[in-house]
Write a protein that binds this ligand. Structure first.
Ligand SMILES: [Zn+2]
Length: 569
């Protein structure tokens, strides 16, 4: 590839809207070109990285026994109504109408289409297990697209779907995908960690995310240095923290005036007790029905946990009117005597002397015994609090640590969720009708591209691992007027390309300094400089991007030397 033909343009300055290093560098290196917020085109070099990651994914999916297919991006909403998900996806799903006024969606994911595909083709147990996958463009109407390819409206995903006769077989299919994911991310040069995760709108009962640790990551990950437990903050559990108020007070339950106290801290100050001893009461609407949630004063409710517990679709904080009717005004909400169901976090399980809102503006109730008070009816105790750094590991009790991560893959055990709703059955050995067990497995391919750049860069630019580098070799032609230089460049280029290496010849009429800077910015694995002066000195200068190691090599030996460096890096 000759630079002069690529329209490739690098930028000296960071684009204004780029917040994280990988987005800045991808834009500056000219790998992406912005159309508008959340929509990016790939340049000739950008698309090469994308294709290389796709190819690694493809090879490992094939190796794991999955078969490649290609579904349509456009899907009828009727399939989503069949699975019961039409409402759950909300505004994040692009909907449109065809000329016959049928509602269609631009697929954000393909569980329904995959299930329909299988039920069309499969009727016997002999055809299972089966895993299909595709690499395709997905669409999501993001509220706030940002971070370049990390969160955009159109992106490339690999999605796979497994179908098995039994739950045990489904576990085997899940493990094959899990192992394939570890191989994929390793080959991409990524340090990715599997963590237990929430299943969200996809559903199912068990899932792992593959996380690339990075300070810019949008997800919190709790991990245990002692036993290697790791989970997304939306999912992480903890051992209940010790309770300093497990003994009932000698004093009776009492309503106390707390004028102007609307937050937990204000109420605690008014009552002269620690914040942790004031119960935080919240009212939510779960599919439109009000429920109350109690957590410790210094804890936060983890909404995904509540959603999971209630098995609801829509979950939102109740409006002031609903809250006031059900449990009192904001700032004085409390569980005493309410008629809506109350769910309490395990962290309150020993709480026998706490303060709660009185359900009346300006008042709290002190010395409430949550465990035994006949006026407090707890519908269910559950793990509902957001786990934070320092909480105790659910497996071994050691203090958990918090890290940030970028989700690049997600694997789910779906069970019968889709196959049952969509009435997909097969006949087993005894001619009995059986509903297959399903799993689904996603990799954000375009997001993985950027995650690689997020994890592999230095002050000069991106340092692509050779396996996914947009050009493995940057061949800088410094003196275009010298016939010897032009001939040496052509010779090295043709030998490298014959050996299958990607070469970018910088044949622009630019100063050497600019060519050096751009090669580093783009992150070509090896930089080869061919100039009149280097030829006089006896060869070409070969420099490894990752280490800066430089050597002068005779033209005839250069291709073999370069190929050796690519193989080792
Ligand atoms: Zn542990």
């Amino acid at each position: 590839m000759r630079w002069s033909k690529t329209l490739l343009t690098t930028l000296r300055e960071d684009p204004k809207d780029a917040e994280i290093v990988s987005h800045k560098l991808m834009m500056r290196a000219g790998l992406l070109v912005k159309l508008e917020g959340g929509l990016y085109s790939y340049s000739p070099l950008g698309v090469r990285v994308l294709h290389k990651v796709e190819q690694i994914v493809r090879e490992e999916m094939d190796r794991a026994g999955a078969c490649e297919v290609l579904f349509t991006a456009l899907q009828p909403i009727s399939l989503w109504e069949e699975s019961g998900r039409a409402g759950i996806m909300g505004k994040s799903m692009f909907r449109l109408r065809d000329r016959n006024d049928n509602t269609m969606v631009l697929g954000p994911t393909h569980e329904e289409v995959a299930t329909d595909y299988l039920r069309t083709l499969v009727s016997s147990y002999r055809q299972l297990p089966a895993t299909v996958y595709q690499i395709q463009t997905k669409f999501r109407d993001e509220i706030r697209p940002r971070f370049g390819l990390m969160r955009c409206k159109e992106f490339v995903m690999k999605d796979a779907y497994s179908f098995d006769l039994t739950s045990e077989d489904a576990d085997v299919s899940y493990q094959k995908m899990y192992d394939a994911y570890l191989r994929i991310f390793k080959r991409c040069g990524l340090d990715a960690h599997p963590v237990e995760a929430d299943t969200g709108a996809i559903g199912g009962n068990h899932s792992h995310e593959f996380m690339v640790l990075a300070p810019s990551g949008e997800d919190g990950i709790l991990h245990c240095p002692a036993c290697r437990y790791a989970a997304n903050q939306e999912r992480a559990e903890r051992q209940a923290p010790p309770c300093d108020y497990a003994t009932p007070s000698a004093e009776p339950r009492a309503k106390v005036a707390t004028p102007g106290a609307h937050t937990v801290d204000e109420a605690a100050a008014a009552l002269g007790i620690p914040s942790d001893q004031v119960v935080k009461s919240l009212v939510y609407l779960a599919d439109g029905k009000p429920v109350m949630v109690l957590v410790r004063g210094n804890a936060d409710l983890c909404e995904p946990k509540l959603r999971r517990l209630l098995g609801c679709g829509e979950l939102e904080m109740a409006d002031p009117e609903t809250t006031a009717r059900a449990a009192g005004p904001f700032g004085s909400i409390g569980p005493i005597g309410v008629s809506i169901p109350v769910y309490a976090d395990y962290g309150l399980r020993e709480a026998r002397d706490v303060a709660v809102g009185a359900g009346e503006e300006g008042f709290h109730v002190a010395h409430c015994n949550l465990m035994d008070d006949p006026d407090v009816k707890i519908a269910q105790w559950a793990d509902l609090a957001t786990v934070v750094a320092g909480d105790r590991c659910p497996k071994c009790g050691a203090p958990l640590e918090l890290a940030r991560g970028i989700e690049v893959g997600h694997v789910f055990k779906l069970g019968l969720k889709y196959t049952k709703a969509m009435k997909f059955t097969v006949l087993d050995q005894n001619k009995q009708s059986v509903t297959p067990v399903m799993g689904c497995y996603g990799i954000g391919v375009s997001r993985t591209v950027q995650a690689i750049a997020e994890q592999n860069n230095d002050k000069d630019g991106i340092v692509w691992p050779a396996a996914v580098s947009p050009c493995q070799v940057a061949l800088l032609q410094l003196d275009a007027k010298s016939e010897a230089v032009v001939a040496a460049v052509a010779e090295i280029e043709s030998k490298l390309e014959a050996a299958g290496a990607d070469v970018l010849v910088d044949d622009r009429d630019e100063r050497p300094g600019i060519k050096f800077k751009d090669a580093d910015l783009i992150g070509c694995t090896v930089r080869v400089t061919v100039g009149a002066r280097s030829l006089e000195k006896g060869g070409v200068e070969i420099r490894l991007r990752r280490t800066g190691e430089t050597q002068l090599v005779p033209v005839a030996d250069a291709p073999a030397k370069i190929l050796g460096l690519l193989a080792a890096n």
